[in-house]
Design a protein around this ligand. Structure first.
Ligand code: ADP
Ligand code: MG
Length: 382
């Protein structure tokens, strides 16, 4: 990797500003899935063990540049304290004298988490003054927030430009390694499984991966735009009419690679091959699940994004679960990315059986669409 790694930094006794992705789902003040916090522990433990003084910064939700205590990171600091089994200070101000004082008082190995970056309007606008205030809390900078690397914000691109060294954290490196293998690897057969609601959001990804993939299995809401393009009946199923023409073009150029659902689960849980006019398909049917599983079983490399159906509601989670089981059973390189599909994987308890489950939803899709992520570009060259 051409970027500086956290492993390359001399950190003993120095203030290290670590950008982490703690944008976790909350039920009130209770964290319902702490996978993103867990994923940063290797970097934090490494820095603590080397005597760094850690200042952590992160965003949570969309408070739109104003203090909104529904999105305070305080519960995250408390949770992190339990996971690290060490004190974690919490600065109720993101920057300014309170934050600076807490940072200055850190002993080697000490940790403080700053309040939500997005309580400050300067974060999302990448304001130079806000970047300067954040950078003043750091001797060096480490980015472990892969999930925020597709955003050119103060904490992801403003700060790295103002510090002498900006390095990738261990999670960031792992994300770039595995997603890089999906993007450039030569393992074949290479199977891409795509689902989810909006084909429009994922067209750049499809266009970038389809030339290298051997099979593209399409499920979820986006499948109906493809079926429509084939002239198949889709009833009232999800359709993005604007993208029928693009779907047609893809099917024309790469038709043999696309595998579309042949049976469907309707709203009333019945299974059909042809969707009746008034009906809505909410999941892939059992024959499709089997066909997908057979193709996945023969793969040497798998990338999966997007649920196969409306998985939030039983029994429409069965298609997604069947794909999760098939991917988990694969002996090849298996990588998943995306917000909802990754949440479904964690809920299924199968996430550990994949080679890599990305912590970045939008970031993983942009990376695999061939885009350079601004947060990665901003890091110091090796
Ligand atoms: P990801 O976050 O994994 O990239 P998306 O955000 O693209 O996935 O899509 C997830 C959403 O797609 C879920 O809310 C799910 O209910 C919805 N969805 C999947 N299949 C269907 C379907 N057949 N009809 C309607 N919605 C669907
Ligand atoms: Mg989503």
């Amino acid at each position: 990797m051409p970027k500086l790694s956290v492993n390359d930094l001399a950190v003993e006794g120095r203030l290290v500003l670590v950008r982490v992705d703690y944008n976790v789902p909350l039920d009130g003040a209770r964290i319902t899935d702490d996978a993103r916090i867990q994923a940063t522990l290797p970097t934090l433990r490494l820095l603590k063990a080397r005597g760094a003084r850690l200042v952590l910064c992160a965003h949570l939700g969309r408070p739109k540049g104003k203090v909104d205590l529904r999105y305070t990171l305080r519960p995250v600091a408390e949770h992190l304290e339990r996971l690290l089994d060490a004190n974690v200070g919490f600065s109720p101000k993101t920057v300014g004298p309170v934050a600076a004082e807490m940072a200055a008082r850190l002993a080697p190995g000490g940790v403080v988490l700053l309040e939500n970056l997005r309580f400050q309007p300067g974060e999302e606008s990448n304001d130079p003054e806000f970047s300067r205030q954040l950078a003043s809390l750091a001797d060096v900078y480490v980015d472990d927030a892969f999930g925020a690397a597709h955003r050119a914000h103060a904490s992801t691109v403003g700060v790295p430009a103002l510090v002498p060294q900006a390095a990738a954290g261990l999670l960031m490196e792992r994300e770039l390694e595995y997603l890089g293998r999906v993007l450039h690897g030569s393992e074949r057969p290479f199977v891409v499984i795509l689902g989810g609601a909006k084909i429009g959001d994922k067209l750049p990804l499809i266009a970038h991966l389809v030339p290298r993939a051997d099979h593209l299995l399409i499920g979820g809401g986006m499948a109906y735009t493809f079926l429509k393009a084939q002239g198949k009946p889709i009833g009232g199923s999800l359709l993005q009419a604007d993208f029928v023409a693009a779907a047609k073009e893809l099917l024309h150029e790469f038709g043999g690679k696309f595998v579309l659902p042949t049976d469907h689960v309707l709203e009333d849980a019945t299974v059909v091959q042809d969707i009746p006019e008034a009906a809505k398909a909410l999941d892939i049917g059992p024959a499709t699940r089997d066909a997908f599983a057979r193709i996945i079983a023969g793969a040497r490399m798998v990338f999966w994004n997007g649920p196969m159906g409306m998985f939030e509601k039983s029994p429409f989670d069965q298609g997604t679960l069947a794909v999760a089981r098939a991917v988990a059973a694969s002996t090849g390189l298996t990588v998943a990315g995306g917000g909802d599909s990754v949440a479904a994987l964690h809920a299924s308890g199968l996430a550990d059986r994949l080679s890599h489950v990305s912590t970045g939803g939008g970031a993983s899709l942009e990376f695999l669409s061939g885009d350079t992520l601004p947060g990665v570009a901003a890091l110091t060259e090796k």
